[in-house]
Design a protein. Structure first.
Length: 118
């Protein structure tokens, strides 16, 4: 059974940067379109960014476009999210998973907390 482990979160001031990683064990992610998602306190989980299987195509939520970059290293079975110019409204727990219908998604990991102070 695949296990997703997110890391790289932390506390950063507004305008700062962080790089998140999502490592998978138990199954290769190379065939899947992968995405990053986030959930702020009291809100539903929302889409942030996605990348196709070979990294040739990416797309982003309007709220992060131009500030975040998603990438992947299939040899390392890892997906990344580089975040620049962070804002307080980016504060959330960040998760990775397949970018697909809910019923086909993998078991969610524990996520990584990103906190942006103003």
């Amino acid at each position: 059974q695949v296990q997703l482990v997110e890391s790289g979160g932390g506390l950063v001031q507004a305008g700062g940067s962080l790089r998140l990683s999502c490592a998978a064990s138990g199954r290769t992610l190379s065939r899947y379109e992968m995405g990053w998602f986030r959930q702020a306190p009291g809100k539903e989980r929302e889409f942030v960014a996605a990348i196709n299987w070979n990294g040739g195509s990416t797309y982003y939520a309007d709220s992060v476009k131009g500030r975040f970059t998603i990438s992947r290293d299939n040899a390392r079975n890892t997906v990344y999210l580089q975040m620049h110019n962070l804002r307080p409204e980016d504060t959330a727990v960040y998760y990775c998973n397949r970018q697909t219908a809910t019923k086909n998604q993998l078991q969610w990991g524990q996520g990584t907390q990103v906190t942006v102070s103003s």
